[in-house]
Design a protein around this ligand. Sequence first.
Ligand code: GRG
Length: 296
Amino acid sequence: MEFKKYLTEQCAVVEHALARYMLTEEGPLANHIKAMRYSLFAGGKRIRPILALAAAEALHVTTDHLLPTACALECIHTYSLIHDDLPAMDDDDLRRGKPTCHVVFGEAEAILAGDGLLSFAFELLSHPDAQQGITPDAQLRVISIIAKAIGPVGMVGGQSLDLAAEGQAISFEHLRLIHGYKTGALITASVQAGAIFGKANEKQFAALSQYGTQIGLAFQIVDDLLDVEGTTEDLGKTVGADAQRKKATYPAFFGVAKTKVMAQEAVEAALTALEIFDAKAEPLRALARYIYERNN
Ligand code: GRG
């Protein structure tokens, strides 16, 4: 119950920051900005920004200077969902419980809304408010980590591998690689960004990176499970899509029961990585458990 309150409060912090930093619908670009805002404010869980805030908190740092970076992570994530849903990719009509961006604004504008959010994220990463809380070197490190995590050897590369693997018999190692790039990299980078704002030393940074990798893995395994066991109502997106597209998934490889054990093991490994931290890492610990228990 206490964690639910934490999640609600942190979600509100992120919503408030997004409302503050996001462009408003006015002037000649109103329709473009409307398309970006439509998907950005469609009600996501805000896990990535919350992870960044919680990682800094584990290091006893609570700073508003992290908020532009937290918002950037959500803009990047939203762009990836908009593009993932496009007819040329997964061709989905429903996301976050609402018609997808291309259904409402047309395919061309949805592509541009994704591009706009991605580019705007870099404005936020270099925002003057972020510069106050961090040295220029550290800020450059955050930008570099995030850029790498979402690029060709990260999220975009993972998406490319994922599309190429549809209907193909791939090895489990290849599936892990796809998941690591497609989903895990941005989640790990979110934790690492918070760690840098929290001024983590080398040992703390390595531990938080390991935590990020493990929860990234758990997140994707649970995502695979929810596609089998979840409901469209809870998830706000079409379920059963993986099987329909003949996608390799953890349940397809191992069955549901073993997949659940594997998700639990990843969460356990994440918790082990946090052993060097004190009670201030409790939100990170609870987030790891939540990722396993979530139903959306
Ligand atoms: C198109 C460049 C590009 C990348 C797409 C992230 C991604 C790569 C595709 C999304 C497809 C998908 C279902 C991936 C599994 C994990 C995932 C990112 C789930 C959605 O994230 P949540 O659960 O969503 O955090 P909300 O809506 O709560 O923000």
